[in-house]
Design a protein around this ligand. Structure first.
Ligand SMILES: [Zn+2]
Length: 275
């Protein structure tokens, strides 16, 4: 059996998994059957703990060979006294909560660590992998989700704030298009800030409409500061409508118009859409 497979002979699924292999391994565990496939110290078979080598007492020499066979009694139960000699007190209850391996139990199985039923769930994967950076800490996060606009606009703003909008530049990097340029001006790569603010076609609109008190750094702030400054603003537009609602609506119209041009071949200008 070959120990590796040529990259070009793998399916796209396996190629994608190979890129996140270390992260994947840290989220799966073994469900013990006969224990033959599992390394006692370096594999995860106690889902709540991870590899047990991290819980060994200092007295355990790294070269000591610890196997399932060495910590089971003749009856096939855990040998609590031996386990207590090897592992720290906080780890012991978790280890004892796992059914010992048995020859009658068949092969070991791979399981997802973070659900009670040990099947994969996207939500649990997201909860484990997403960095806890925006929720409850970033005022922009809270502001976006309580903005009085339709939910689809909130989702769009959230994607923009996370730099996840699929502009031509992002599509080009993912080989979804061979054209990274802006469909409106054709003069620059279509980054997110370009498609929402910096495109020459849009700047005319912004310069016409931005309140004077926000105009100073409007075109120089980073996208995150720019979104925060405008979406968290309490300024009223024409003394009547909250500027943050006007700003969010214009961004949404820009994005919709841009999508019409890219995906529907619509040549209508952004200014026409806004009029
Ligand atoms: Zn442009």
């Amino acid at each position: 059996m070959p120990s590796s497979i040529a990259r070009n002979s793998c399916s796209s699924l396996w190629r994608a998994l190979s890129k996140i292999w270390e992260a994947l391994l840290s989220n799966v565990a073994w469900s013990l059957g006969n224990g033959h496939s599992v390394n006692f110290l370096t594999d995860t078979w106690v889902p709540a703990l991870g590899p047990l080598g991290d819980y060994a007492r200092d007295s355990l020499d790294a070269t000591n060979h610890v196997s399932f066979g060495s910590v089971l009694t003749d009856d096939g139960e855990w040998d609590v006294a031996k386990l207590a000699m090897i592992f720290t007190d906080d780890a012991l209850p978790y280890i004892l909560g796992v059914k010992p391996p048995s020859p009658q139990d068949g092969p070991d199985r791979c399981i997802w660590r973070w659900t009670n039923h040990h099947g994969f769930e996207l939500k649990s994967a997201y909860d484990r992998c997403a960095p806890p950076i925006l929720e409850n800490t970033d005022p922009l996060w809270n502001q976006i989700w309580k903005l009085q606009v339709p939910q689809r606009i909130r989702c769009f703003l959230w994607l923009a704030s996370r730099q996840k909008l699929m502009t031509n530049l992002h599509r080009y990097r993912r080989t979804l298009t061979d054209d990274p340029f802006c469909p409106l001006c054709q003069e620059a790569e279509e980054s997110i800030i370009h498609t929402l603010r910096d495109c020459a076609c849009l700047q005319q609109v912004w310069r016409y409409i931005v309140p004077p008190s926000l105009a100073g750094s409007f075109f120089s702030n980073s996208i995150k500061v720019w979104l925060r400054q405008n979406l968290c603003s309490n300024i009223l537009f024409h003394n009547s409508i909250p500027w943050k609602l006007v700003f969010a609506s214009i961004l949404w119209q820009f994005w919709k118009s841009r999508n019409d041009v890219v995906f529907a071949g619509d040549s209508a200008s952004v200014e026409c859409t806004l009029s």
